[in-house]
Design a binder for this molecule. Structure first.
Ligand SMILES: [Zn+2]
Length: 328
């Protein structure tokens, strides 16, 4: 019948009061997808709902970073170990928005799937943060810190905070008041990752003409903007319901994240090109690979552990993560 065909072409979206608590977003009143099949989830990104732009912003971001990676490989080749840290970072830059886009696409498969989707999202972000630190320590430290000892110290601190970040972000999905603890995991990782850039900007003379510095400065502002959006839920906090489909804080958060990543890539490429005499040769690529492998393995282990816990809780009838409104 025509009505069924219409429903097929235009999937229904629900109001805030029609969805269970754990599917709700604070200050977002409409545009919720009902619990959906895999095919419905895929179709849903071609119609308007409150996740459509969250998916597309990161799908397109991932594609853009993939094309930047192809450009970098064709410019620098693969034989020179000096470029490998940049490639590690580019790989993570392609993966994290892809994981996030899939998480936003499939998070209405079920309550349990929703938790698992965001575990994977957090793990990919933590891996990306660590890979950023790897590339920073290879190319972008202040000149006097460009030595194996400080590089290793930074990598060790980043490994620990990345793993801590995944653990707290997964753990906190089971807690009633979780935003502060979850943020603490990311703030620590973010501080470690941005320390080299802060030190570099502080050490740079005001009239320094290094090509990467404007990108580093803008990237730091974007990190602050992301923290602001995440914590304040602006603009939808002021006008609940007005930004459900277009313009809510999480969409702006994604946009700022993609712009920040593009700035990081540009800055790293400039540093690789312009700071060759300063770089340690070869870069500490072995500790980088080992630490990135360790972060990836621990992240997978933590995701698996908490995914099993979600399943156990669901089987026991307790449901997945916390039942309160969430903020991913
Ligand atoms: Zn997101």
């Amino acid at each position: 019948p025509a009505s069924m065909q219409a429903a097929y072409l235009k999937p229904a979206v629900l109001r805030h009061h029609e969805v269970p608590g754990h599917f709700k977003e604070v200050f977002i009143l409409s545009g919720y997808r009902p619990v959906s099949s895999v095919a419905q989830c895929v179709r849903s990104i071609f119609s308007w709902n409150n996740e459509t732009l969250n998916v597309w912003s990161h799908l397109l971001g991932s594609l853009a970073f993939l094309s930047m990676a192809v450009g970098a490989v064709s410019e620098f080749g693969v034989s020179d170990p000096a470029v490998w840290p940049l490639y590690l970072f580019l790989l993570a830059s392609v993966l994290y928005p892809l994981a996030s886009a899939l998480a936003h696409m499939f998070n209405v498969l079920s309550r349990e799937a929703r938790d698992v989707c965001f575990f994977i999202d957090y793990a990919a972000i933590a891996f990306y943060g660590h890979c950023a630190t790897c590339a920073y320590s290879a190319y972008s430290l202040p000149g006097h810190m460009m030595a194996p000892a400080s590089q290793l110290l930074l990598l060790a601190a980043s490994t620990a905070t990345a793993i801590w970040g995944v653990w707290t972000s997964c753990r906190t999905r089971f807690m009633p008041s979780r935003q502060v603890l979850r943020l603490s995991g990311f703030v620590l990782a973010c501080l470690i990752a941005n320390l080299p850039v802060l030190a570099r900007l502080a050490a740079a003379a005001a009239n320094s003409d290094e090509a990467s510095l404007p990108h580093w400065r803008r990237q730091l502002w974007l990190v602050l903007a992301m923290a602001f959006l995440y914590l304040t839920h602006l603009p939808e906090r002021l006008w609940p319901g007005a930004f459900d489909i277009v313009g809510h804080s999480h969409q702006l958060f994604h946009l700022a994240g993609c712009m920040g990543t593009a700035d990081q890539i540009a800055a790293l490429r400039f540093d690789l090109r312009d700071r060759r005499p300063l770089l340690t040769s070869p870069p500490p690529w072995l500790p980088m690979l080992v630490s990135a492998g360790l972060v990836a393995a621990c992240a997978c282990g933590i995701v698996l552990r908490y995914s099993l816990r979600v399943r156990r809780l669901a089987a026991a009838g307790g449901g997945g993560g916390c039942g309160k409104k969430r903020s991913d």
